[in-house]
Write a protein that binds this ligand. Structure first.
Ligand code: BTN
Length: 245
């Protein structure tokens, strides 16, 4: 199997945001699969312009892909990356992890990992960056109140520090496997695994779609990586953007 993800690893003590750096001019010639890892971030970003609190102890990394033609592979990679985080973290705790579509990982009903996919077009180069933040040795007691109640961290679950390097190595290895599988058109092979741990599966839950709130039943992720839901008239619908609240 080709080693693409992690073929080059850059380590930093502190940066504003590893995603921002990976999208900057400075990294425009870096090969696909380059990973930037920071010990801490001063301006970590989440989806919808939210802040990703990034104190020392967590894992903050961005994987960069150049000359991207087919974006759909990367939406699927984001989903499988959440699965990869579950694969690795469940070696340390009970397996109570759920992939929240499109690409977060929850421990029971608390978020432990967030994934932010960003892209940039520069001339004929489409660059894509997959940013992953995981709460490992940073306790959620250090987080601001508004996110504390909704977050989980490995150290709080198991009560002791974990070797972050071991997690990073295993995680990059798994993401590399999933990426190679996606390049060979094998997303379907992993769908059952994703659907078996899909957050709120079978439950009616509130969605924010564009500016509208809707109550929909979560059914499954399909072969395109889209979410299938059911409305109040029991009609199946596809959600290709939007958020489970
Ligand atoms: C989210 O939950 O909305 C996504 C959070 C993504 C956080 C990671 S940490 C590494 C990378 N750099 C960032 O600024 N954000 C991502």
């Amino acid at each position: 199997m080709k080693k693409i993800v992690g073929s080059k690893i850059i380590r930093l003590k502190e940066i504003d945001s590893t995603n921002k750096l990976a999208l900057s001019e400075e990294y425009s010639d870096s090969p696909s699969g380059t990973v930037i890892i920071a010990e801490e971030q001063s301006a970590g970003k989440g989806r919808k312009n939210r802040i990703w609190y990034s104190k020392k102890g967590g894992i903050y990394m961005s994987i960069l892909f150049n000359k991207v033609k087919d974006y759909s592979t990367f939406y699927k990679l984001a989903i499988l990356s959440a699965l990869a985080v579950k694969d690795v973290l469940s070696r340390y705790t009970e397996d109570r992890y759920y992939v929240k579509w499109p690409n977060d990982l929850y421990y029971e009903d608390k978020k432990i990992c967030g994934i932010l996919l960003q892209s940039k077009t520069q001339g004929d180069d489409n660059r894509l960056v997959l940013g992953i933040g995981i709460n490992i040795n940073n306790s959620i007691s250090e987080l601001p109140k508004e996110v504390r109640d909704k977050s989980a961290s490995l150290i709080d679950i198991i009560g002791k520090k974990i070797d972050k390097e071991e997690i990073i190595t295993n995680l990059l290895g798994r993401i590399n496997i999933y990426y190679n599988e996606l390049l060979n058109g094998q997303f379907k092979k992993y769908l059952k695994l994703v659907n078996d741990c899909l957050y709120k599966k079978g439950r009616i839950t509130e969605f924010l779609i564009g500016v509208y709130f809707r109550k929909l039943r979560v059914l499954e992720v399909d072969t395109d990586g889209e979410l299938i839901v059911e409305d109040e008239k029991e009609q199946r619908l596809k959600v290709d953007f939007g958020e489970i609240l």
